[in-house]
Design a protein around this ligand. Structure first.
Ligand SMILES: NC(=O)c1ccc[n+]([C@@H]2O[C@H](COP(=O)([O-])OP(=O)(O)OC[C@H]3O[C@@H](n4cnc5c(N)ncnc54)[C@H](O)[C@@H]3O)[C@@H](O)[C@H]2O)c1
Length: 272
């Protein structure tokens, strides 16, 4: 069943084939959407190769901290899609290593600004630029990627946790502003995936191990898991769902912190 046939999507945040955004783009393509990409200029050639795999030659370089880049990108998207856009995926984050490792107490003013700008404000700027194209399409779906470290302490996530808290709050205010235009705004909150961004998170291996031994589904996530959830939130079947933070974590959000020490903690799941 193609849930997105006839829809147009702009996907940000593909850096390589491990990126969450790539899993989303593949799922969108399989469900019939036309997909355009926006990425940092430094990754443009790699992204263009991946885009070709889903039948797209629409790759627009854009630094999400640069308002002129954003304006130009959405103008180009408008031209490519006859002035209409149904879906926007925001899958962008950055913080300096020194601001996510060690003691959070030591985060610098510059590091704070940078992380918030790239990882949270960029959603607001992109949503504002997408609005006219989505209104012309009769509504739309915007989604971003957060992590549980935005609402609880995840050691080694530090400044990125603060950025995710801001991002999740922005989702709620954007959902309120854009609801009357038929534009829904949601956040997906995946469990750990071994992407370039995740590799700088301290204790990442231990987090994955915990998902594999403690979470209800006994495994870490794949970009495709997130892609599948993204299809749900992009499709009309979630027509009244907005302002939500949706875990895509194999149920880990259910568990209490002491679960790993529980005598009935289970072994790794068998792969069939
Ligand atoms: N990997 C995980 O375990 C995990 C878990 C939960 C949430 N997330 C979130 O998912 C999103 C995607 O991350 P990922 O794990 O796929 O890693 P990734 O490194 O593949 O993607 C991050 C993307 O952000 C882009 N980016 C950084 N600065 C930018 C800027 N100024 N302008 C435009 N693009 C910029 C990078 O080019 C890259 O494409 C991030 O928001 C991340 O925090 C990741």
């Amino acid at each position: 069943m193609a849930l997105l046939s006839g829809k147009t999507a702009l996907v940000s945040g593909v850096a390589n084939s491990r990126s969450i955004a790539w899993g989303i783009a593949q799922a969108f393509h399989e469900h019939g959407a036309r997909v355009a990409f926006t990425c940092l200029e430094s990754t443009q050639r790699r992204v263009a190769k991946l885009a070709a795999e889903v039948g797209s030659d629409l790759v627009f370089p854009c630094d999400a901290t640069n308002d002129e880049d954003i304006a130009r990108t959405f103008a180009d998207v408008g031209k490519a899609f006859d002035g209409k856009l149904n879906i926007l995926v925001h899958s962008i984050a950055y913080a300096r290593i020194e601001d996510i490792r060690g003691e959070f107490l030591n985060v610098t003013r510059d590091g704070w600004r940078l992380a918030l700008d790239v990882s949270a404000y960029s959603l607001v700027a992109m949503a504002r630029a997408a609005r006219p194209l989505m209104k012309a399409a009769g509504g739309g779906a915007i989604m971003t990627m957060t992590f549980a470290g935005g609402s609880r302490v995840s050691p080694g996530y530090n400044m990125m946790g603060v950025a995710k808290a801001a991002l999740e709050c922005a989702v709620r205010y954007l959902a309120y502003d854009l609801g009357p235009d038929g534009i829904r705004v949601n956040a997906l909150s995946p469990g750990p995936l071994p992407t370039v961004s995740a590799m700088v998170v301290e204790y990442f291996d231990q987090i994955v191990e915990k998902f594999e031994t403690v979470s209800p589904m006994l495994r870490a996530m794949t970009p495709r898991d997130v892609g599948n959830a993204a299809v749900l939130y992009a499709a009309d079947i979630s027509s009244a769902m907005t302002g939500a933070v949706i875990p895509v974590d194999g149920g880990m959000d259910l568990m209490i912190a002491s679960a790993g020490a529980h005598p009935r903690a289970r072994p790794k799941a068998h792969k069939s």
